[in-house]
Design a protein. Structure first.
Length: 163
């Protein structure tokens, strides 16, 4: 399993659109208002923040890994566990054949490895309040609840992990 820079918006959007449908089928309101859209993913790829999760040349997911910070995190209603420079992961979407396999833990590990290589030891992420599956996965992987932020026109639950 490895992370590779994304270079194909159409493949990324197919994974994102499938994930939107999957969330809707579970009754989760996250990503149901258009976000993330084509322009958002194009910006990720252009800025070299968009990554594919790859295994044996199969693309299993898409995510944004950003080392430049997240403006919404500046207004956290709560407390971060570290105020050091951090990596943020946004827009994690897995291909249908990768869901339910425990692969998300591997994604977190790969992002941690990439961060440590850049001497960054703080990892932040957020999700919707009704995405209890992601909240469980985050807690299982050592992330701690920090509070709430406002992002994409809704309140999100924010987590961090010192790595």
């Amino acid at each position: 399993m490895k992370l590779i820079l994304a270079n194909n918006i159409d493949i990324a959007m197919k994974i994102i659109d499938d994930a939107k449908l999957h969330l809707r089928e579970q009754g989760i309101d996250q990503w149901q208002n258009g976000y993330p859209d084509y322009d958002c993913i194009a910006k990720d790829i252009l800025a070299k923040r968009g990554y594919f999760l790859s295994c044996n040349d199969d693309i299993l997911g898409y995510l944004c890994i950003d080392f430049d910070g997240e403006p919404a995190y500046e207004t956290l209603r709560g407390t971060w566990h570290s105020n050091e420079k951090y990596v943020v992961m946004h827009r994690l979407a897995l291909a249908a054949n990768a869901r339910g396999t425990g692969i998300t833990s591997e994604v977190f590990n790969l992002v941690c490895e990439l961060s440590i290589a850049k001497n960054i030891h703080n990892f932040r992420v957020d999700t919707d309040a009704d995405n209890t599956k992601m909240q469980h996965i985050l807690q299982k992987n050592g992330f701690q609840y920090c509070g709430t932020i406002w992002f994409d026109n809704s309140e999100k639950i924010a987590f961090d992990k010192v790595i």
